[in-house]
Design a protein around this ligand. Structure first.
Ligand code: TXA
Ligand code: MG
Length: 337
């Protein structure tokens, strides 16, 4: 499956037709690349789960081109959600809303909610418009990486992740480097006030000041929404990621530009600020694997603005899964010990 660069109007039209016929299309968005299927086509959506190796109870975001289509997918939309949608779409924001009949169990992970986003990347927007002009309603798309791996922010990273699993009629559209570099802010809009389920470029401060509310007063324990997929381990390269550690000879190193490179380590990124940090983060984690590092030492940014989202991803990238053999040894010791 070759990458298609210079996506002209006729190429975008072909890709929209491919989606309508049940094929899969990976496409750029301003956050990360998405791996799309017709959100009403059960077979096509099933292939997304199969190719990604993702459990089917982890719901998918439905991407649409215009707010006019929101009622097709969502019902009982609160006033504050409409205000957020009008102000911040197209953009890096996903709203979780009560679903309509159109949003079937196979995209919602059988929950009674559906998540919706209008991306701002021009190519994503053109693709969605073409697709909708064929009588379709939206594209279900997770990030275009294998389950728990690093999200791709360019078409070559998509090919690395999924290339071996795509078929002849699937498409990889190239739209350059994703501008933001980390996934959208996910906001639960099924309660009296919005609740951030996944931090992103759109920060809690932006929501608070726009809606004139105080999100810190929230009782998070009372939030019953299920967000499967927002797991402890995620965004992980093959290399071990260590946060605020003591760098050793031969480690990879990621930090803001004003932090000096420790002796013996190899610099993988030197972002000048948090916006650049988000933009470069996933590429630098991928570079660690390309260069064959076993360990990457990361100095996280300050927990402020988009720094909150960067830290969220870094903590998950660094999460150590309990290995199966460790568990078996523990069981044996408890039986015979
Ligand atoms: O920036 C993004 O959001 C990218 C681009 C491609 O749009 N998409 C993306 O999708 O990150 P994905 O599937 O990799 O991550 C979406 C997360 C998953 O953890 C999923 O469980 C959660 O959103 N999610 C989706 N629908 C949900 C729902 N109805 N309720 C709660 N969580 C939901
Ligand atoms: Mg993802």
């Amino acid at each position: 499956m070759a990458i298609i660069s210079n996506c002209t109007a006729s190429i975008t039209k072909d890709a929209a037709l491919a989606l309508k016929e049940g094929h899969l299309v990976t496409f750029p968005t301003e956050t990360v690349y998405g791996f799309g299927a017709d959100a009403t086509n059960e077979k096509a959506v099933a292939r997304i789960y199969e190719v990604k190796g993702r459990p089917t109870d982890h719901p998918l975001i439905v991407h649409i081109s215009s707010i006019d289509l929101i009622d097709k997918w969502a019902s009982e939309i609160p006033e504050y959600a409409i205000k957020l949608a009008r102000a911040f779409w197209p953009g890096p924001m996903t709203l979780v809303l009560k679903r309509t009949e159109l949003a079937k169990d196979f995209i919602t992970g059988s929950q009674d909610t559906v998540s919706i986003r209008i991306p701002s990347h021009a190519l994503a927007s053109q693709l969605l418009k073409e697709f909708e002009s064929l009588g379709a309603y939206g594209v279900a798309a997770p990030s275009a990486n294998r389950f728990e791996k690093v999200s791709p922010t360019n078409s070559h990273a998509v090919e690395e992740e999924l290339g071996n699993f795509l078929l002849e009629n699937d498409h990889i559209l190239d739209g350059g480097q994703s501008q933001i570099g980390i996934e959208s802010t996910i906001i639960d809009c099924t309660q009296d006030i919005p609740i951030i389920l996944r931090p992103g470029f759109m920060t809690s401060e932006m929501i608070e000041s726009f809606l004139s509310i105080d999100l810190t007063k929230l009782d998070l324990e009372s939030n019953k929404i299920m967000a499967p997929g927002l797991l402890e381990a995620h965004y992980s390269p093959n290399a071990r990621v260590v946060l605020n550690g003591v760098p050793q000879q031969g480690d990879g190193f990621i930090a803001l530009a004003d932090v000096p490179t420790p002796t013996g380590t190899v610099r993988l990124a030197s972002p000048k600020n948090n916006t650049e940090y988000a933009h470069e983060l996933y590429d630098s984690l991928r570079l660690a694997d390309v260069k064959g590092f076993t360990t990457v030492q990361v100095m996280p940014p300050i927990e402020q603005g988009i720094g909150v989202a960067i830290n969220n991803r870094l903590i998950k990238a660094a999460f150590k899964k309990k290995c199966l053999s460790c568990k078996i040894i523990k069981i044996i010791l408890s039986v015979f010990g």
